[in-house]
Write a protein that binds this ligand. Structure first.
Ligand SMILES: Cc1cc2nc3c(=O)[nH]c(=O)nc-3n(C[C@H](O)[C@H](O)[C@H](O)COP(=O)(O)OP(=O)(O)OC[C@H]3O[C@@H](n4cnc5c(N)ncnc54)[C@H](O)[C@@H]3O)c2cc1C
Length: 502
């Protein structure tokens, strides 16, 4: 390991920022290149007329992972932002009967709610969560922070000793349906898979540990907004000397004799480095940043991958308070299964969508002017969907009607002070996202762990990948783990556990 080496990181998403931080702290000379005007990637922010909109993520889950990352940097999250645990974590509204239910990061409270919805289910929940807690701890300590090279990595004695306790082969949906019989509880226990961009019927059972993450660890919020996280990472990166270049697009990764030696920018400038890390989406990196002889897959291969959904997003600034909504609100469609079919099987615009409404101004007055609400609406849709500007307007009207009808927001049109749509084409343009996917590759069995794109190029040993497209996968905390995995690769660490120090 030679920490005098220079590293270029392409993309300042959380994976890129995280990698830059860890390597710079270790002493590498790091340049971080980002095409957009600010860092954060999908976790960017924009401000308009006093409304502060987090553009993408809004659920701060697995606080332990963030704490761990900051501790590697010799810091604490509380040095940068104040976290509060949301109570309730979220509200679920059923379109079918307009009833709503609140869920907490509190097992006792949730048990009571479960009992009212399905007698006997409270005990089942408690037992299930105990098992999931153990599975989470095994996954955290033995699997998530480990780099995989071959199937043999799954066959070591240390993995075998605990691996049998994990539901590696059953599907998440099947596990939930074997425990909870009522439709509402099945939905409550399955929606977390959508955060991973995957239909519960296609998601390996191991991801049930997300139920523990949800109910056991809770949902948190950094005062000021989620963008406090990229802001903190940017500050730490700068503190350790990372040269951050925004408004700068990489056009090609330069490789000679199977060795990456730098990048060429869109303006033709060549920057040299000993090591290159791409945090741009894996498909884009393969198809556009690599010369044909170094591409790892064909266009047909990428076309055959299961993509996580894209999204139809509305950023709304609304006058007056909205007492019917909590900070996080999930509105579930009558025909939930059809929703998955329209996203994954027969892509089309959802006719009766399940959707998500985030209203951070419920918790945090700093994200909206006084007596206004800041609302982020997200309808999961299939990646690659086509639309015209007229259709975009039509669909916006449909969603506004739905918000009025199901979320109890009266006279919404008359109260909107700011409105902005963000969808498939914006993901493509802003992040070079393949088919405009919001999240990347879904977490199906054949796109998980060993089967997910590896974080090191097969033929170019000094070219690495960080972010949602590689291991472990989608989500803010998970992308920080991806940074640690790249750090281990570059520094030659074979440690399979969360690092204790750099
Ligand atoms: C709408 C939405 C909601 C989400 N909700 C949640 C949530 O609630 N909780 C959660 O934990 N996660 C959530 N996620 C997922 C999470 O935000 C992502 O998994 C994570 O932020 C992705 O980080 P990344 O490291 O893969 O980088 P990205 O954010 O994908 O960033 C990659 C960066 O590379 C840059 N780039 C691309 N090409 C080039 C180039 N040629 N030159 C220079 N730069 C380039 C891009 O501009 C971008 O900034 C959500 C995501 C979205 C989109």
């Amino acid at each position: 390991m030679d920490t005098k080496k220079s590293v270029i990181v392409i993309g300042a998403g959380l994976g890129g920022l995280g990698t830059a931080c860890l390597l710079a702290k270790k002493g590498y000379t790091v340049t971080l290149i980002e095409k957009n005007s600010t860092v954060g990637g999908r976790a960017r922010v924009f401000e308009k007329d006093g409304f502060v909109f987090d553009m993408g993520p809004s659920w701060y889950m697995m606080p332990d992972v963030f704490d761990h990352f900051f501790s590697l940097m010799g810091e604490k999250t509380s040095d940068y932002y104040n976290l509060q645990k949301l109570a309730p974590s979220y509200r679920i509204i059923l379109k079918s009967d307009m009833k709503h239910y609140d869920f907490y990061g509190d097992i006792v409270k949730n048990t009571e709610t479960f009992e009212t919805l399905e007698p006997g289910s409270g005990k089942v929940l408690v037992k299930f969560l105990e098992k999931l807690k153990l599975q989470y701890s095994i996954a955290y300590n033995e699997f998530m922070f480990k780099n995989y090279n071959s199937i043999l990595d799954f066959m070591s004695w240390s993995v075998a000793k605990v691996g049998y306790k994990l539901p590696l082969l059953r599907k998440q949906k099947a596990i939930i349906e074997s425990k909870f019989k009522s439709e509402i509880l099945q939905k409550v226990m399955q929606y977390q898979m959508i955060l991973l961009g995957t239909a519960p019927g296609d998601c390996p059972g191991i991801y049930s540990m997300m139920n523990y993450v949800d109910f056991g660890l809770g949902v948190w919020y950094p005062d000021g907004g989620i963008w406090q996280l990229p802001r903190a990472l940017e500050a730490m990166a700068k503190k350790h000397g990372v040269n951050i270049m925004t408004n700068t697009e990489v056009e090609q990764i330069l490789i000679e004799n199977n060795t990456a030696n730098g990048v060429r920018l869109a303006d033709g400038t060549v920057l040299s480095a000993d090591i290159v890390v791409s945090n741009a989406d894996v498909t884009f990196t393969d198809e556009h940043l690599l010369a044909p002889e170094y591409r790892q897959h064909s266009p047909e291969y990428w076309d055959s991958r299961v993509l996580a959904p894209s999204a139809f997003i509305l950023y709304l600034g609304v006058e007056g308070k909205i007492p019917t909504l909590e900070h996080h609100n999930l509105i579930f469609a009558k025909d939930w299964q059809k929703g998955f079919e329209q996203i994954f099987d027969k892509p089309e615009w959802p006719t009766d969508p399940s959707f998500y409404l985030c209203m951070p101004s419920k918790t945090d007055p700093s994200v909206a002017p006084a007596n206004h609400e800041n609302i982020f609406v997200l309808v999961p849709i299939a990646s690659g969907l086509e639309y015209t500007p007229e259709f975009e307007k039509e669909y916006t009207e449909k969603i506004l009607d739905e918000i009025q009808q199901y979320a109890g927001v009266e006279n919404i049109r008359g109260r909107i002070k700011y409105q902005q749509v963000y969808s498939v084409k914006d993901f493509q343009k802003d992040y070079n996202a393949y088919k405009g996917t919001a999240l990347g590759l879904a977490h199906t069995f054949s796109q998980t762990a060993l089967f997910r794109p590896n974080n090191v190029h097969k033929k170019v040993p000094n070219l690495f990948y960080a972010g949602a497209g590689t291991n472990p996968g989608i989500g803010m905390p998970i992308c920080l783990i991806s940074a640690e995995l790249v750090y281990k690769r570059i520094t030659g660490s074979k440690d399979v556990h969360p690092l204790k120090e750099l």
